[in-house]
Each structure stands twice: as C-alpha cells, then as structure tokens.
Design a binder for this molecule. Structure first.
Ligand code: TRP
Ligand code: ZN
Length: 459
C-alpha cells in the first residue's frame, strides 16, 4: 500500500530517483529487497501448521496494483516447495533464484489494475542468518511451537512478499493448528474456528504494516487481557508457566501507553499486546506491529526489563507507524525507541534531572568518531551507536528547542507521516518548521558527520 503523499513527503520522488526494478526497490543496502512494478495492498496468509513436525502447508495470496504493464513480476521468497502459482484465477509460470520468485502470468497485467497472486507451498520452515540481524530471523522453530521475528529481511522465510518497508499492506492470517496450540499474530483475533482435532485462528491487521513487522507465533499461551487509553484492547500472551511473573512485568503497559500518548500523540494502531515465546535467544525482542515478541528471558517478575517493553511500545510510533523509507534511516526507528526507553526509565520515575544525568552518561560513553548515524552501513544497522547517538541527538534537540516545542514537533511528525515512510530529510524539515530555527547544521553534525559534537547546554 502506498498512501497518497503529503507535499512534505519525499518518498515518491525517491522511488523514481532510485530506479525500482523487478528484483528490488532500490534500497542502497538491500538492492534485492522488495520488488518494483507493483504496490502490494493486502496479504491473505492461510497457514496449516504441524508444530510437532515443524511443517507448514500454506496458501499465500497477495492483492496488489500494477504500477506499470507487467509481463512478469517478482516476490521475495526462500525455501519450501511451491506446488502452484495462480494469477487472477489462472495458473502462472514461475522461476526461483536466490530468494527471488519470478512469476509470469499468462497475459501481461495492465498498468493501474489490481491483480491477485496465490502461491501454494509446503515444507519445513527455516530461519535465516541475515548478516544484518543480531539473531536468526524469520520463522524459528522451538520446542512445542514457533515464533517469527524478521527484521530486516526475514519475512521471505515464511511467505512470498514484497519485503521492503516502503510497501506497507494490510494482512489477514488464518492459522490452522492442532487443538491445544494457539496462533498469535498482528492486529486482532476476529474468529476462532474449531473443527475436529484442529482449530483455525483468524487474525486481521487493518493498519498498513511493513512486512518485517508481520508475525505468527505458535505455542501454548495464557492470555492476559488489559485495556489501554481510548479503549485500545491489549491482549498479552505468555507461556503458561511464566504467566504469573509476566503479569507483573507487563502490568504497567496501559500506564506506559498513556504516558507516551500524552507526549507523542495517541497510540497509532487498532490494538496492542505483548507476546512472550518459549524460546531462549539472547534477550531478543522485536517490535512486531501491535504485538511485540519477546524471548522468555525477558520475563523476570520484577519489572527489571520494563524499559525494553517501553522500547518496543515506542517503536509503534517510531518505526512502525512512521517507517523508514530506506534501511539506512534506521536511526529514525532505533534512535527514537532508545530515547523513549530512557524517558520511561529515568524521566517517568525520576523527572528530567535524572534523564539529563542518564543522557549525559550515555553521551560520554559514545565514541568520538563513528560511521554517520543516518547512514551507518549495513553491518552496523543495529549497532549500539545508532541507538545511543540517535537517542542523544534527540536529547540534544530537546535542549536546543525546549520541551514544549520538542514534543509538539514530535506530535506533528507522528501525525503527518502516520502509516507512511520517512527519510532523515523529512524529520529535519519538520523540525525546521519551528519558527526562527534552522537546525540543518545541528543535524549535519549529529547524524551526518562522523565526529561527535559537543553536548549543548540546556536552553
Ligand atoms: N528492532 C529490534 C529492537 O527492538 C532489534 C532487532 C533487529 C531484532 N533485528 C532483530 C530483534 C531481529 C530480534 C530479531 O531493538
Ligand atoms: Zn528497537
């Protein structure tokens, strides 16, 4: 889904400038990621899962609009045996090479028209060791279930997809599992359909979503229902054994949503809730849209890791609703989430003086020189420097323009680019609307230059 752009938005311009092609969207770090020529609108993912055999049998349909006449088009897809590809009701030819699935319909698809492609496939899902991610990504098998964390390029391990954040879409998941298991996905559970020995869980995600944020988690969960501000439903899912501790840990999520909402504007999606999976993967947590996923080590029963829950919640505004246009802009996601995590950890409980101290400590831990935060290189996409210098940049900005203007600017930015994509230029331009301020040079020093600037004195 590409939403009509505001006059401020640069993504249309860039789409042309960077030459999308059949195999990629022109992302400088990921030339093969995403696919040119069409705009994905909706995915219908019908998955039949055998958790004991770790087997998946699936039928995935993408509804899309052709942006140009298409004799053939690509999807990102790895692994599995494909039994059939159908375009607009007619069987289509297909070819596979290195994570690219090329589909050739019987007749070319006319520009501007909607089409639908269904891929039937089966096999044992395999996670993917992306050089860009801190842990194996995509569909991961675990004892008695599975989980999905895909940032940045793991979604093609479980469905054929236009795998780039610039092409957001809505999703429906129909996940058929043996009785006793549940499927937990993005959005809202709209139906549970029991049939004999099995049950189908149907989830609908109505808010446009970047593909790396899609998730399906299968396991035996205890559900913990809560309610957020504006009656946003919060449904959390915990492994049964951990539920008593997790209820304590996640107990302040409604308060957290309220506190962040007051600063960033209302929570941007239809629903929320955290899912803890029965896996042990080095502290992994991912901000999957409306439903962050945590490995089980993130539950302590003491709220010691509450700042991580704040981090993943912050991503719903920063990264998920307002998404990067290119992966090099990742600081607009991680720098913002890292700053918010610090706000919750220090300012919420100890006021601005404590946050000032914490950010000062972070500042003094930063290297004097680094790859530019706004273009860190693919290897350093998730480096500590992107998170921390990004966070310190925001704190420095806050000192420069004052609290009132800082949060008003963030609310304007969240609202203007809600459901869309941004570059660093878009953020800088929004900040520069503050009367009497031109912060272009400020951002140059903080996020475009290697040298660490001096920390500004409070306004
Ligand atoms: N976005 C994650 C965070 O909250 C970091 C991350 C990137 C990640 N890729 C991942 C986590 C894959 C788990 C799996 O900071
Ligand atoms: Zn993050």
């Amino acid at each position: 889904m590409r939403i009509a752009c505001t006059p401020h938005c640069s993504h249309q311009r860039r789409l042309v400038a960077q030459r999308a092609n059949q195999e990629g969207l022109g992302d400088p770090y990921f030339p093969q990621l995403g696919n040119g020529g069409y705009d994905a609108l909706h995915y219908d993912l019908d998955l039949k899962v055998e958790p004991r055999q770790q087997h998946l049998e699936a039928s995935a349909t993408m509804k899309a609009r052709a942006l140009e006449p298409l004799a053939a088009f690509n999807l990102d897809f790895r692994n599995f045996d494909i039994s059939k590809v159908v375009v607009n009701g007619e069987e289509a030819a297909f070819e596979r090479k290195d994570g690219e699935l090329t589909v050739t319909p019987l007749a070319p698809l006319p520009a501007g028209e909607e089409f639908q492609v269904t891929v039937d496939y089966a096999g044992n899902p395999k996670s993917y060791h992306s050089p860009h991610a801190p842990v194996p990504i995509g569909w991961n098998a675990i004892d008695d279930g599975s989980y999905v964390m895909s940032e940045p390029d793991g979604s093609s391990t479980w469905y054929p997809v236009n795998d780039h954040p610039r092409d957001k879409a809505t999703y429906t998941f129909r996940v058929d599992v043996p009785n006793g298991y549940q499927a937990v996905c993005n959005g809202q559970l709209v139906e549970t359909r029991p049939q004999g020995e099995r049950t189908t869980y149907i989830w609908d995600a109505k808010d446009p979503m970047a593909s790396y944020l899609s998730t399906v988690n299968i396991g035996k969960f205890a559900e913990h229902k809560d309610v957020g501000p504006n009656q946003v439903p919060i449904h959390n899912f915990y492994p049964e054994r951990l539920a008593p501790l997790a209820r304590i840990d996640f107990g302040r999520v409604p308060e957290m949503m309220q506190w962040l909402g007051e600063r960033f504007g209302d929570y941007p999606f239809e629903a929320y809730g955290n899912v803890v999976v029965n896996a042990s993967v080095g502290g992994a947590a991912l901000e999957t849209q409306t439903r962050p996923v945590y490995e089980r080590g993130m539950v302590t029963g003491t709220r010691a890791l509450e700042f991580v829950y704040a981090h993943e919640l912050a991503h719903q505004w920063w990264g998920n609703s307002v998404s990067v246009a290119d992966w090099k802009d990742i600081w607009l996601s991680e720098g913002f989430a890292c700053y918010t995590e610090n706000m919750w950890r220090h300012e919420h409980s100890g006021g601005i003086a404590r946050l000032d101290k914490a950010m000062d400590r972070t500042y003094h831990s930063l290297p004097q020189r680094s790859a530019p935060v706004a273009d860190p290189g693919q290897e350093d996409l998730f480096s500590g420097n992107v998170y921390q210098r990004g966070a310190v940049t925001l704190h420095a900005l806050r000192k420069e323009i004052g609290d009132e203007t800082f949060f008003r600017t963030l609310r304007t930015y969240a609202e203007r680019f809600r459901g869309k994509n941004v570059t660093t230029d878009d953020f800088v331009a929004t900040v520069n609307e503050v009367p009497g301020k031109d912060l272009t040079a400020f951002f140059d020093r903080w996020v475009r230059q290697p040298e660490l600037p001096p920390f500004p004195q409070p306004a």
